[in-house]
Write a protein that binds this ligand. Structure first.
Ligand SMILES: Cc1cc2nc3c(=O)[nH]c(=O)nc-3n(C[C@H](O)[C@H](O)[C@H](O)COP(=O)(O)OP(=O)(O)OC[C@H]3O[C@@H](n4cnc5c(N)ncnc54)[C@H](O)[C@@H]3O)c2cc1C
Ligand code: SF4
Length: 514
């Protein structure tokens, strides 16, 4: 291909899709290379067996863990990346997350920029991704310069009941900020039908604010934008002096290997795949991988200590369809007697018996699972994962090796136990019989949905991969805008921060591109 582009963007997830949308408005010549295709709109989008048991939208790639054992990652390659299946909970990091925080398991380091630097971009990100929410209830909420674009999503009756009980006991549940296009006031104008298959599923109605629907589709037919799907970027080649990326090599959908050139190359393959791409692009000038003079590429991989709790109240049917409506941050920074951050609690969007099959004792009859699921409320708990250089991505024998050892476990266990106690405390006060059950599960390494770290940004080229504009210290025209740049992970879902940062870097690129 003989055309040269102003920008080549690799990947179209939260980071890549957002920056493509931002840069496209400038009229600059943009090439987007996306490994996946548009995710098919089909009935299976909302089929729990297909999505959760058959992993229909996950890659079939097999990675390896630190012991060389096969790892089947819960990630997918589509236009829109993992936002196609995300729960669309679009939180800002807390103001304090940008500073140094002392955790029970170690230090969560300070970011080189502050919350105030990110604030205007968070506001724009919330606009771009149609966030519904309500300010002023969450005690940990950072200062915000504008209101959410849309009102909070209401709780369905069973969920409202739990919310009310929590409030009665002195807790502070607040609406989850979510990017779903639900218009409760005028349902006839609502793209979203408030279904029971959102969190973890693609949206058949295209009503989830994902990077495909909100960022790529509005721009990919523009004259200045070329989108090539099925374009798997294999490696980046550098100029003889090693200071710039000269060509991007990719395999197209037909299997041919092509090379393209661009003034600036923006990598956004997700924190794991971006690091892998840099590492497998090693050459004479960059023997340990591109932009890796610091030996930091791939290191400090984080994906959150995350777990689920199922609270089952057999005397209370739960008919709620869409439950990702409130969250609790009362333990985010700890609690009396425990002066360390614990994390975030939020509802999972929906729950179905199929989601229990792999964890239920073998032979549990379907009717029992069904009964449990119909009385269950599913919770998602997240504790910060601390950056550890030994938790890392490597490129070994043509595949990703993901070495990971859990940290900050005491705080995570404490949060799980504490929330179970809270649920017992608030849920049991009108139960006639002790009919409640609580099941907990930690999300294993396969669940790499919240991946971040791996190419942290900073001012010192010796200890960071990217500068403050997310340009690599070593290579002048190479940028990374996915979750790789995170210095610490906080304990809220990462996408809004990735989106805000991509807008920030997009502004910078347009400024310097003239
Ligand atoms: C089930 C699930 C639920 C989630 N829920 C939430 C939530 O509620 N809130 C939240 O904030 N986050 C959530 N997340 C996480 C969220 O999806 C990610 O944080 C976000 O998508 C990351 O954005 P990214 O740009 O870093 O990477 P991705 O979105 O993963 O995008 C990477 C892109 O790069 C492409 N790509 C990869 N390698 C190559 C290559 N070599 N060549 C070309 N293209 C390539 C991929 O196909 C993809 O399009 C969830 C994730 C999952 C899996
Ligand atoms: S709840 Fe709305 S946005 Fe989510 S999958 Fe259903 S229709 Fe789509």
């Amino acid at each position: 291909m003989n055309i040269s582009y102003d920008f080549i963007i690799i990947g179209t997830g939260a980071g890549g899709g957002t920056i493509a949308n931002r840069l496209a408005q400038s009229g600059k010549k943009i090439l987007i290379l996306e490994r996946g295709t548009f995710l098919p709109r089909e009935k299976e989008n909302w089929n729990t067996t297909e999505v959760f048991l058959n992993n229909r939208y996950h890659t079939k790639e097999v990675w390896q863990d630190k012991n060389g054992k096969p790892l089947h990652p819960g990630t997918g390659y589509w236009v829109g990346g993992n936002t196609k299946v995300y729960g669309a909970a679009l939180f800002r990091l807390r103001k304090e997350d940008f500073g140094e925080l002392k955790h029970q398991g170690g230090i969560s380091p300070a970011w080189p920029l502050s919350y105030d630097d990110f604030e205007p971009y968070y506001t724009r990100a919330e606009g771009l991704f149609d966030v519904h929410g309500q300010r002023g209830i969450d005690p940990t909420e950072p200062p915000m310069s504008d209101d959410y674009p849309y009102p909070a999503i209401s709780n369905e009756p069973r969920i409202q009941d739990v919310c009310d009980r929590l409030k009665k006991h002195g807790y502070h549940p607040f609406p989850v900020p979510v990017g779903i296009k639900l218009n409760e006031k005028n349902p006839e104008d609502s793209a979203c039908i408030r279904c029971d298959s959102c969190d973890g599923y693609p949206c058949l109605a295209d009503a989830k604010a994902d990077a495909d629907v909100n960022c790529v589709r509005p721009i990919h037919h523009q004259e200045n934008v070329t989108l090539i799907t099925g374009a798997h970027v294999l490696r980046l080649l550098t100029s003889p002096d090693g200071r710039s990326v000269s060509e991007v090599e990719f395999q197209d959908a037909q299997g041919s290997v092509e090379r393209v050139r661009g003034d600036r190359v923006i990598v956004s393959c997700g924190a794991i795949n971006s690091a892998a791409l840099l590492l497998r692009s090693a050459n004479d000038k960059h023997p340990s991988g591109l932009a890796n003079s610091s030996d930091q590429v791939g290191r400090n991989f984080m994906f959150h200590q995350a777990g689920a709790i199922l609270s089952i109240h057999f005397d209370k049917l739960n008919t709620a369809k869409y439950m990702k409506t409130f969250s609790v941050n009362d333990f985010y920074f700890g609690e009396p007697g425990y002066d360390f951050p614990m994390g975030n609690v939020q509802l999972i969007g929906s729950f179905h018996k199929e989601m229990m099959i792999s964890d239920a004792p073998w032979g549990t009859p379907g009717v029992v699972l069904d009964h449990m699921a119909k009385h269950a409320i599913p919770w998602w708990l997240t504790t910060e994962d601390l950056p550890d250089p030994e938790n890392r991505v490597q490129w070994v024998n043509g595949t990703v090796k993901l070495s990971y050892t859990q940290n900050n476990v005491t705080s995570f266990k404490r949060l799980m136990n504490r929330w179970t106690e809270v649920l017992k405390e608030v849920g049991g006060d009108d139960s006639i019989l002790p009919l409640d059950a609580y099941f907990t599960k930690r999300i294993p390494l396969e669940g790499v949905g919240h991946q971040n770290g791996t190419c942290k940004f900073g001012t010192d080229p010796k200890t960071s991969v990217l500068n403050l504009n997310c340009r690599t210290h070593d290579i002048d025209n190479l940028y990374i805008v996915d979750g790789s740049f995170f210095v610490s992970s906080g304990a809220v879902n990462p996408s809004l921060t990735i989106i805000a940062n991509a807008l920030r870097v997009g502004d910078h690129l347009l400024e310097i591109a003239g």
